[in-house]
Write a protein that binds this ligand. Sequence first.
Ligand code: ZN
Ligand code: ZN
Length: 258
Amino acid sequence: MEIRILGAHLTELKGTRLTSLLIDGTLVVDAGGLTSALSPPEQKKIKTVLLTHHHFDHTRDLVTLAANAGYYWQSQLKIYALRYTLDIVTNCLLDGKMYTNFLEYPSKEKPTLILETIEPYNRKTIAGYDVLAVPAKHSVPAVGYQIISSDGKSLFYTGDTTVGISDQWKHIFPQLLIVEVAGPNKYGDWLKKVGHLCARFLRDELIQFRQCKGYLPRTIVIHIGNPFEQEIKEEVAGVAQELEADISLGYEDMKIIL
Ligand SMILES: [Zn+2]
Ligand SMILES: [Zn+2]
């Protein structure tokens, strides 16, 4: 399994993109900074997108990806998410008012985007992967995804989440954990209120992971609040040292092979 981090940041600036992961070149998880990271041949290979939740920084490039797929190479893409997420994406991002309605373009019979509902805790084969959606603790309905390849390699990506993700641990058994840290410890109270993590909270959740599972997987931190990157890096390094674990910050175009 090859995991490529297309976007590792909370906001977009020159050199940083919004959250998006690409697995084995074909399966996308969250569509924040997607299209600006990939050439047309790379975009053509994408068949499936999983969304953790509806927030703009995770869904924006559904539109730009659909534009390329719909206008230039007429392929179809399947988008999987909670019903709640799909309803908001349909009504606010893909309603045809701001731009082409890719749920009906080029035709209602063969649209560019096809929406599929996922149910939490219901393991499902999607694009050849064993996919399990597990509810996350965010400010809106959200899930994390465990993704297992046909040769048994496994990843869990939390999506946006705050304290209490340890509820998820009993459902998963990943080789690689991709988590969010949106800001530094000094803003912990505020981050918790808006549904995010800082390094201190991540530490507590990882301790519970180890207690629950007896191991700690390699952990990559994304959804990094851009102005606080250095602070977050130092705080995450402190957690890694304390827990004697492999925890580091992800970055744009980082590739991880499992
Ligand atoms: Zn969010
Ligand atoms: Zn986000």
